[in-house]
Design a protein around this ligand. Structure first.
Ligand SMILES: Nc1nc2c(ncn2[C@@H]2O[C@H](COP(=O)(O)OP(=O)(O)OP(=O)(O)O)[C@@H](O)[C@H]2O)c(=O)[nH]1
Ligand SMILES: [Mg+2]
Ligand SMILES: [Zn+2]
Length: 394
């Protein structure tokens, strides 16, 4: 589709056009790669896109790039790049000299199932080929990920999706003012962040929506849950509260990813940090405070001034914890430590005699709120592990 035509099409609004488009969608074959690409935003429409220098390449990645180049044809066409957006599956790659759209090399197309983690994700440092005279690049290799924030995709045990790679910190966003903050959700996010070696930071949004006593109660519960080592920040994008504290968690050269349900105020927070409306935001349903999945692409934005990069992403409804035992142990180290003295190796710390964890709780050494949360997570992890593999007994 030509540019002019695309523009004209964009302008078509109203109920009739909508109906026509729906009809078209229903009868047409799935869009081809070219059609999809045409619907992806052009570079000139994007703001705050990080530059290559905002996303440092570490020694292991540079060495892997050099090594890769010694094995390919026409290595002079290869560049080091960073994937800074994924729109409808199309990566936007920033290199030292230029930023451009890219597609995956044919080899990636074969990646399915367990290999899906090999597909380029936002935050990846990659080897990208740009043949002379080509607008598009081709990603040929994903360089080793320093960290990788992954989520189970809901089929076999090993099937994971990389939401963002080379992440330094995870901003766990939860909205205030819609009933009690869901501790289970905060705990799951904490486990996922720690599992991938990223620093978790809890960001409670929309503080303007709740009374002081409600805020104090929520803050107290969240602080008890995450313990003294995890920062908890109270923000209101509407009133500009807590923004400097969030900014301080994302120093220059680092990358944070933002994690939270749809409607939690993720994109609004990023816009407040950027100082202008770069990202689309949407309303929430009054009935249950759920958002409308306004953000559909995975995008990175560079914060202004001396600060790093934050990755925005669509809200996640569920956070299954399949295979994140390491993260669970890191989130609740005192419980894991105490459990070594339990009489039974497979103690669930609920009813067994000789349970050192419950003894520690009685002695006031383990917080009961943390223990309760730990038990809920551990039991849901046991159930999902057994559903996937009846031979697994956690
Ligand atoms: N009162 C108040 N409302 C806010 C605040 N931050 C966000 N909102 C509102 O919350 C709604 C959802 O905000 P978004 O930023 O689109 O939420 P999101 O987390 O990006 O949602 P998805 O993109 O759907 O995942 C919008 O109506 C915002 O105006 C805040 O600090 N105070
Ligand atoms: Mg959003
Ligand atoms: Zn026990």
């Amino acid at each position: 589709m030509g540019k002019a035509k695309a523009k004209a099409k964009k302008k078509t609004t109203g109920a009739r056009a909508k109906r026509d488009r729906r009809r078209k969608l229903a009868t047409e074959a799935p869009a081809s790669a070219e059609e999809l690409l045409a619907s992806v935003p052009g570079l000139d429409a994007l703001q705050d896109v990080p530059a290559f220098d905002d996303l440092p390449v570490d020694d292991a990645q540079r060495a892997a790039f050099d090594d890769f180049c010694t094995h390919v044809e026409k290595p002079e066409q290869m560049q080091l790049g960073a994937v800074v957006r994924l729109d409808r599956g199309f990566p936007l790659v920033a290199t030292a000299g230029d930023t451009f759209r890219a597609e995956y090399a044919v080899g990636f197309a074969k990646s399915r199932g367990e290999d899906e983690v090999l597909l380029p994700a936002v935050g990846d440092r990659v080897a990208v080929r740009r043949a002379p005279g080509h607008d598009m690049g081709v990603i040929e290799c994903v360089l080793p990920r320093r960290t990788s924030f992954e989520r189970w995709r809901g089929r076999a045990r090993g099937e994971r999706q990389v939401l963002c790679s080379n992440v330094d910190s995870v901003l766990i966003v939860q909205a205030l003012g819609a009933g009690e903050v869901l501790l289970d959700r905060v705990a799951r996010s904490l486990v996922l962040a720690l599992d991938c070696d990223a620093e978790p930071v809890v960001v409670l949004t929309k503080a303007d929506r709740c009374e002081a006593d409600e805020l104090e109660r929520d803050l107290d519960r969240v602080r008890r849950l995450v313990g003294p080592d995890v920062r908890v920040i109270v923000t209101s994008s509407a009133e500009g509260l807590g923004l400097d504290e969030v900014r301080a968690c994302v120093p220059a050269g680092s990358c944070a990813m933002i994690l939270g349900e749809s409607g939690a105020g993720k994109s609004t927070l990023l816009n407040a940090l950027l100082g202008h409306d770069a990202l689309a935001t949407g309303g929430v349903r009054e009935r249950d405070d759920q958002g409308r999945h306004t953000t559909v692409a995975r995008v990175m934005v560079a914060l202004p001034g001396d600060a790093g990069v934050i990755a925005d992403a669509p809200g996640l409804r569920s956070l299954p914890l399949v295979g994140h035992e390491r993260g669970l142990a890191r989130a609740f180290p005192e419980i894991v430590e105490a459990s070594r003295a339990c009489r039974f190796g497979d103690c669930t710390h609920t009813h067994e005699p000789g349970c050192a964890v419950r003894e520690a709780e009685d002695a006031g050494q383990i917080d009961s709120l943390r223990l309760e949360t730990f038990q809920n997570l551990a039991s849901s992890m046991r159930v999902s592990a057994q559903i996937l593999d009846p031979d697994v007994h956690l």
